[in-house]
Design a protein around this ligand. Sequence first.
Ligand code: PMP
Length: 344
Amino acid sequence: MSRSSAVSPDVLAAIGGTPLIRLRRASEETGCTILGKAEFLNPGLSVKDRAALSIVQDAEARGLIRPGGTIVEGTAGNTGIGLALVASVRGYRTVIVIPETQSAEKKETLRLAGARLVEVPAVPFANPNNYVHAARRLAERLAETEPAGAFFADQFDNVANRRAHVEATGPEIFAQTGGAVDGFVCAAGTGGTLAGVAEALRAAKPGVTIALSDPEGSALHAHYTTGTLKAEGSSITEGIGQGRVTRNLEGFRPDLSFRIPDAEALGIIFGLMREEGLSLGGSSGINVAGAIRLARELGPGHTIVTILCDGAARYASKLFNPAFLGERGLPIPDWLGPSTEPLP
Ligand code: PMP
């Protein structure tokens, strides 16, 4: 709907309906058709606009939020941006609890989306002062003190998140491929995208292969392959990787699981940037790497879909900073480094 020539009544009507883009090199190298769903084209520039809209609509339908009320979430990024834009259209305020170690770019982007930020020290989930627990407590306090109350969005365990993908993202993929989708793969943060799209596609097309593309440092790959939640290594990608089975992942199982090192994902991101005009964030690299691995499992001639979650601009000081990459022994693309050739 959003990409049609019709006028959108508001910006929320422009969420979803994203194109599927054929990824040329990945398709040519595997003999498959590998398609990326261009979620970076959503108004808040990420896949999380869908979850944010669904969470707010669900809260409205269940009477959990009143006009002028405050939406509280603990998030370091895209969900907060999505919630802030949905809240501003629907007449709510947004308070985002964020670890103080997050990049200045992210904090600035949240402020520019209309969110108020509460910065807290960065401590692990097991610590009661972790930003997610701090957000839940803040929501409980504001529910008492704010005249129009407060609502905790709770993206990890609120299944209105997954529902957005069962009802829209999955059916869009099925319709856009004319039902000819053989495989779907993506990473999981909350797990809403993966479990939601999987549910929709498995219902529409029995036999479709669903795969998890997991970064290092996430416990899900071990969980789905050995039965133990065990994390090893670490990743510079953001928004993905998970140490527990969230409510959005409950009842879900992938057919296949891949563990993708950062260097593999980065090589793909740089290639797509340089050769295909796609300027993407790190989780998209993990996803496309997973799509290539799934293509090799299924063999030539199959159609495989993945998610292009957000854009490179959000990670300029990290993934696309030669000093940051160099310190970690990661590949630095030639055009990002200092120019050694004099210009003609
Ligand atoms: N990529 C990025 C950049 C994200 O911000 C997120 C959300 N945390 C994801 C992927 C994963 O999406 P989901 O929460 O639906 O698993």
